[in-house]
Design a protein around this ligand. Structure first.
Ligand code: HEC
Length: 93
């Protein structure tokens, strides 16, 4: 008897990486609310002369503030908070 290697195995491995891509704004909000409001309230994100002007800029600033707090977040958590801030305040494309 010959063994048959099922073709669907190949499909499964192709689908896997896509599932972990999307940032989670709910988690981002929870992380933000728990860690980020001791120095500045949310008005820094909407003030006229705000520093951040791009999505990449939000991410850099989230990383900067997170590091100065010594939180040691994973990239995923940075992305969640970045997505939350962008959705809620900055609204960059
Ligand atoms: C230790 C105090 C401190 C904490 C806590 C803090 N930040 Fe900040 N954050 C700052 C300072 C200082 C600035 C710069 C304000 C300025 O330029 O006037 C800033 C600015 C920012 C900006 C840019 C606002 C703009 O101008 O567009 C973002 C975004 C930001 N913080 C995100 C975060 C996030 C996310 C956290 C939680 C991980 C956090 N911050 C916690 C001190 C802090």
């Amino acid at each position: 008897m010959r063994s048959v290697i099922p073709a669907f195995c190949i499909c499964c491995t192709l689908l896997l990486p896509a599932t972990s891509m999307a940032a989670d704004t709910q988690k981002g909000k929870a992380l933000h609310d728990a860690n980020c409001q001791s120095c500045h309230d949310s008005s820094v994100y909407t003030r006229k002369e705000r520093r951040v002007t791009t999505t990449e800029g939000i991410k850099k600033q989230v990383r900067r503030c997170e590091q100065s707090l010594g939180l040691k977040w994973f990239d995923e958590q940075i992305d969640d908070v970045t997505a939350y801030l962008n959705d809620t305040y900055y609204q960059y494309k």
